[in-house]
Design a protein around this ligand. Structure first.
Ligand code: HEC
Length: 134
């Protein structure tokens, strides 16, 4: 091999090494963030979609990651983690979101969102899923 191709080969190796490290670091950061969301909500992110389907949230809301959730009655729940307020009345914290999912009519009587009979576990799982949407 001539020196120039040796340099090129070394360059490729370094680039692959740096790329791999960056991807690994990103995955660790992402994993930590997801674990933190599950801790805050006491729910399981991966259980969210099934609960959302069971309760029919998608008939009224568009929800990312769920192709059958395309409703237009309520606001789209896209990038939910970046929202400041829930229905304009409560700060978007994990506890408030769980409360809203369980009992919207208690939080905001006459809201367009009915109580759907979500269980504690379902509310926590859905809250975890929504808070993972960025
Ligand atoms: C019958 C239609 C309907 C169903 C079913 C429904 N929602 Fe809603 N939802 C609404 C409406 C309408 C609003 C707007 C409420 C308001 O601002 O008064 C809303 C508001 C919300 C908000 C706050 C949105 C914002 O932009 O602040 C969240 C979060 C939410 N719904 C989640 C859910 C979840 C989770 C389910 C399933 C458990 C669900 N919704 C089922 C109609 C519905």
């Amino acid at each position: 091999m001539r020196p120039r191709s040796l340099f090129a080969a070394a360059g490729v190796l370094v680039a692959v090494g740096i790329g791999g490290t960056l991807i690994a670091q990103h995955q660790i950061a992402w994993g930590k963030e997801m674990a933190e969301i599950e801790q805050r909500t006491g729910g399981h992110i991966e259980a969210g979609p099934a609960a959302i389907r069971r309760l029919g949230c998608g008939t009224c809301h568009t929800i990312p990651g769920l192709p059958d959730a395309k409703g237009r009655v309520g606001p789209p729940l896209t990038r939910w983690a970046e929202r400041t307020y829930i229905a304009g009345v409560m700060p978007n914290t994990a506890a408030n979101l769980i409360l809203w999912i369980r009992w919207p009519q208690g939080v905001l009587p006459r809201s367009g969102m009915p109580n759907l009979g979500a269980s504690e576990t379902e509310s926590r799982d859905i809250a975890a899923y929504l808070l993972s949407l960025t």
